[in-house]
Design a protein around this ligand. Structure first.
Ligand SMILES: [Zn+2]
Length: 82
């Protein structure tokens, strides 16, 4: 990882301590497939996926990505249906 400006690093550290459960877009992306599967399957979300949901409420760009993924998953599910 590249060296951060010390001021920026302090801001990042502060943000991390204020919002310990906050995840970033990269982390969010890692959980997308699992999150989409849970949405389609229904039922309660496990802890990491709850964080994804919280991120999606604030991040329209990730929400858009998820909707694309959901649409693709739904389409492939329909293809497999008898
Ligand atoms: Zn995001």
């Amino acid at each position: 990882m590249a060296e951060l400006d010390p001021k920026l690093r302090a801001i990042v550290a502060m943000a991390a301590s204020v919002l310990p459960r906050e995840i970033g877009c990269d982390d969010c992306f890692d959980y997308f497939a699992a999150y989409a599967e849970h949405l389609l399957a229904g039922g309660p979300l496990p802890e990491p996926l709850q964080m994804v949901g919280e991120h999606l409420e604030r991040c329209s760009c990730c929400m858009e990505e998820l909707n694309l993924l959901l649409a693709a998953m739904k389409a492939s599910t329909l293809d497999e249906a008898p």
